[in-house]
Design a protein around this ligand. Sequence first.
Ligand code: GLN
Length: 484
Amino acid sequence: MTMDVSNLTVTKAVESLSENAVRSVDLVQALIGRIRERDPVLGAYVDLNEADALEQAAVADTRRAQGGAGRLLGVPLAIKDVLNVRGQSCRCGSRILEGYVSPYDATVVARLRAEGAVLLGRTNMDEFAMGSSTENSALKVTRNPANTAHVPGGSSGGSAAAVAGGIALASLGSDTGGSIRQPAAFCGCVGLKPTYGRVSRYGLVAFASSLDQVGPLTRNVRDAALLLGIIAGRDPADATTADVPVPDYAAGFTDSLKGVRLGLPREYFVDGMDPDVEGRVREAVAVCRGLGAEIVPVSLPHTEYAIATYYIIATAEASANLARYDGVRYGFRADGAEDSLDLYVRTRAQGFGPEVKRRIILGTYVLSSGYYDAYYLSAQKVRTLIRGDFDAAFQQCDAILAPVTPTPAYRFGERTGDPLSMYLSDIFTATINLAGICALSVPCGLTGGGLPVGLQVIGPAFGESAILRVGHAYERSRDGKAGA
Ligand code: GLN
């Protein structure tokens, strides 16, 4: 049987599979057909493991026929190229990992596998997750499905383009300063950055270890809740995972927001913002008020220091994390080296792209003696103040509503010549990683030019249930209005 997969959610796929209305093999085949048609334009996948995926699907179908269970039994998923999937390549959008094959599954991948998910392929990204447009990938160009002249956002641009473009049901991405939420907003899908410590980072290639989290990109909020429930929880292989019980994240879903207090931060509605973005977000706030929420003004006074703080901490950690790519242990090795130092230098000079090099240099500088106190230590102190801003705001509200980005998706090449303008656009997302809390990006309409806009729902640490509930209620009322 053939089926239309371009609007299929994970929840609906699970339902159809469990009712035997479709087999996993058919689903995977239909998806591969769609990918062949559409991906030459979108460029979302860097690797498609067709034969392997069909084999996994056949195994899932057999397991089901024998009475086997699994919350994702037979559901195909796409994984950002920053997570290790046993037996598959993992290049992180970089030349330096050419030829590397993952010897093990990341914990999140193992948890999806244990529930019967089919791992179909991996998606494009900015090199080592450094960027906001996927233009820093050394592998290929990814286009925004809403308008292919525009970037998909980044760094999880391949994941977002695949989900919004109808060639993946859902995907896992990673978010260090906005890399799940921003591409979700640019392409028009849902993206969730969980609380630091909620999801294991074991097997996630490290960018900035105190900021990185894995999370889902999906077609609706219910799917995000489902996937988070599977990947979250304590992992002995990642000491930073918290021993906090994993609830059923969709259990509290209702259509009403009565009794919910939603904060509106003054500092997140600023001059110079795109008027359409501000307009759509304010309309979404009005919808939430209409659903019964109380809207309260809040203040996050240290927001103006967030970008400087983020780019000091993230580059410092990156410079240490990326020291391991030396041509000896992983992937690419440069030819013609005379001794080991020469091998490191040649491999890194040829293997890393310009943005990664810029960050290694910046990070090395802020950690060097004489500058450590002035930059790195100060940034750590400001980070604490930013966290304090959120603690104070959450005394007054249950969740915070904000834009995800100051502008919609821009055109290719528009910001590549000016890295600072690219960095500044992370202003509403990087704060959340610095504070270690959680946030959701939900589509909230289009600009006049037809580009998607994202509403950000920010929650306190381990407040995923609350933000998912708000996102779900909002999404339902919006879908209802659209007649869906
Ligand atoms: N755009 C941000 C950066 O370039 C965030 C990237 C991310 O979250 N991985 O660092």
